[in-house]
Each structure stands twice: as structure tokens, then as C-alpha cells.
Design a protein around this ligand. Structure first.
Ligand SMILES: CC(C)(COP(=O)(O)OP(=O)(O)OC[C@H]1O[C@@H](n2cnc3c(N)ncnc32)[C@H](O)[C@@H]1OP(=O)(O)O)[C@@H](O)C(=O)NCCC(=O)NCCS
Length: 180
């Protein structure tokens, strides 16, 4: 039987949690670390749903906490794969909260996670390609490659001179044609 196309939508993971007393600090708001743990779990499910294989968190791009999340609030997480590279994947995660009494919704967090698919020996293992289906998914797919270069440069894994996509983007913005 032919394998169905692997798409960002097929990798999507939704999770809803309620903030309980164990999750909070002395201000009765959610611990940042607890939220990161939920985001990591949601992102990991999305990565593994795509890869069909065990994936580990390799890194998280900067995370900001825009609003406090209160005891009793519902926390809704949404994660999907933007792009699969050779053995790694970029997963985007967003967090919304809801005050269950007033029904007010708030967009509280957003982050990009890098996962690596691994084999039984913990060694990186190739992941299947992802096929964006909408314009929005195609844009996310394109930007994911740029972010990956930026990330690898920031971590010292590649030199700026080898960051081809970033150079192309900058030179296009400056309308410079010959960037060799
Ligand atoms: C993630 C891990 C498997 C990478 O192993 P490695 O030997 O460094 O792998 P490589 O250098 O061959 O890189 C493999 C892929 O990971 C990517 N990668 C490695 N480190 C990365 C990082 N910090 N951020 C983003 N991507 C990273 C590489 O770009 C490469 O991607 P590609 O194959 O798609 O081109 C290894 O570092 C590991 O096991 N880390 C611990 C993971 C873990 O326990 N996570 C939970 C934390 S509590």
C-alpha cells in the first residue's frame, strides 16, 4: 500500500491542560519551567508523529513569557512540524490560555524546537520529507531553513560564509545581485 503524504497537518498535536496548585509559584501563576515542559512534550509528539520514530530535543530557540498564566486557567498547546531536514526537524509551538470563567483567550507563548530522530543506539537517523500543502505551510517551510542556518551559525556549527540562504536573503533585501 502506498504511504500517505507526510504533511504539517498530519504532524499536528493539540494538548489542553489545567493549571493546578502543584504547577504554580507563590503568586499562583504557572512556573515557566512547567510550561516549557508541556511545550516540549507537545512538540515531541508532533516530531515523532511525523518521523514515525523516537526523537529527542536538540535545542529550543529563545522563549518569551508574554503574560502570567493563572491557577485554574486552561492551557491550550498546538504544535506542528514546519520542516524536516536530514535527521532533524523544526517544530513550532504556540500556547493560548483561557480563563474558564470569563472565557477570555490569550496568546501567551511561541517557540521553535529542534528535534533529532535517533536510532536504537542514540545515533541520528534520517527523517522523511514533509510536504507543505498550503501557502502558509510553504512560507513556514521556507523560513524554517533560514532559521536553521541562523541557529547553526549561532551555535558555531557553520561559518557565516557558508550560510547560503541567509546571504541570499540579505543580498536580495539590499538588491545586490552578485553575492559571490
Ligand atoms: C541531539 C543529538 C542526537 C545530536 O547528536 P550529534 O551527534 O550532535 O548529531 P549531528 O552533529 O550528526 O547532527 C544531527 C542533526 O542534529 C542537528 N543538531 C545538532 N545539534 C543541534 C542543536 N543544538 N540545535 C539544532 N539542531 C541540532 C544537526 O544540524 C543535524 O541536523 P541534520 O541531520 O538535519 O542536518 C545529541 O546531541 C543528543 O543526544 N543530545 C541529547 C538529547 C536529549 O537528551 N534531549 C533531551 C534534553 S533533556
Amino acid at each position: 500500500m502506498e504511504e500517505p503524504l507526510r504533511t504539517p497537518a498530519a504532524s499536528r498535536c493539540h494538548m489542553t491542560e489545567m493549571v493546578l496548585p502543584n504547577d504554580t509559584n507563590i503568586r499562583n501563576t504557572l512556573f515557566g519551567g512547567r510550561l516549557l515542559s508541556l511545550m516540549d512534550k507537545c512538540a515531541a509528539i508532533s516530531a515523532m508523529r511525523h518521523a514515525g520514530n523516537l526523537c529527542v530535543t536538540a535545542g529550543i530557540d529563545s522563549v518569551d513569557f508574554w503574560h502570567p498564566i493563572n491557577l485554574g486557567d486552561a492551557v491550550m498547546l498546538d504544535a506542528w512540524v514546519n520542516r524536516a531536514f536530514r535527521t532533524s526537524l523544526e517544530v513550532e509551538v504556540t500556547v493560548q490560555t483561557q480563563n474558564l470563567a470569563s472565557k477570555e483567550l490569550r496568546h501567551c507563548n511561541h517557540a521553535f524546537f529542534s528535534f533529532v530522530s535517533i536510532d536504537e543506539d542514540g545515533m541520528p537517523k534520517a527523517v522523511p520529507a514533509i510536504h507543505p500543502q498550503t501557502e502558509e505551510e510553504a512560507e513556514r517551510y521556507k523560513l524554517a531553513a533560514l532559521r536553521r542556518e541562523l541557529r547553526l551559525y549561532q551555535k558555531g556549527h557553520i561559518r557565516l560564509v557558508d550560510a547560503k540562504l541567509i546571504k541570499e536573503e540579505i543580498f536580495a533585501a539590499l538588491a545586490i545581485k552578485d553575492f559571490k
